[in-house]
Design a protein around this ligand. Structure first.
Ligand SMILES: C[S@@+](CC[C@H](N)C(=O)[O-])C[C@H]1O[C@@H](n2cnc3c(N)ncnc32)[C@H](O)[C@@H]1O
Length: 197
């Protein structure tokens, strides 16, 4: 559980990815009814995406290794009067939660894992998802200029969530991810929609 280095990112002002509002790509997914049932936000940070989904009426658990981020997420939930749960947990060992989710959101977490960590992460996701569950991954893409750190290719996404691992990649669409260091248009991203078989 690599909590401490991540926690430091939240201690001296906003982290580079912490834009203070939900990602437009996630807002669009929510607007088309993409979040249903119990929702897990893996690597939720200070909770903007989780709080947006929770504000639409879904029960949401946001997990992160950074306690400072979780404290901020809980404070925002209280301030905004939104019911959402935030807990410390390692996304590489989600089975420890002992819970199941119909929808999982990964906004900016997958691309932080090295290639050799991805199979463990994908198995961890499998341990908390019901058959037919949906996982959304929004990550920096390798397609286009001005991308963020650790860009991911479509092929890497498709390989990580292969049918042999119990998943079907329904779509990988080009999108954008906002950061504090890109202009308003953000950085090139993939929005992957993945179904648990
Ligand atoms: C790039 S940030 C994205 C945060 C948030 N999803 C957002 O969009 O603002 C990645 C987040 O994943 C968290 N994280 C990194 N490794 C983790 C792990 N193994 N388990 C849970 N959270 C993790 C970090 O603490 C950080 O908050």
């Amino acid at each position: 559980m690599t909590g401490e280095p991540w926690d430091a990112s939240y201690q001296d002002g906003p982290a580079p990815w912490d834009v203070g509002r939900p990602q437009p790509a996630i807002v669009r997914v929510a607007a088309r009814g993409g979040f249903a049932g119990a929702v897990l936000d893996a690597g939720c940070g200070t909770g903007e995406n989780a709080l947006h989904v929770a504000s639409l009426g879904c029960p949401v658990l946001g997990v992160d290794v950074a306690e400072t981020a979780l404290a901020m997420a809980r404070a925002k939930a209280a301030e905004r009067g939104i019911e959402a749960e935030f807990a410390a947990a390692d996304a590489l060992h989600l089975e420890r939660l002992g819970r199941r989710f119909a929808t999982v959101l990964d906004c900016g977490l997958f691309h932080t894992f090295d290639g050799d960590e991805r199979p463990g992460y994908v198995a961890s996701l499998a341990s908390v998802t019901e058959p037919a569950a949906t996982v959304y991954v929004l990550c920096f893409s390798d397609d286009g200029p001005g991308t963020g750190p650790h860009p991911v290719s479509q092929e890497e996404l498709r390989a990580a969530f292969g049918p042999g691992r119990g998943w079907q990649v329904a779509a990988v669409e080009p999108d954008r991810v906002q950061t504090r260091y890109h202009d308003d248009d953000g950085a090139p991203a993939w929005l992957a929609t993945i179904k648990r078989i």
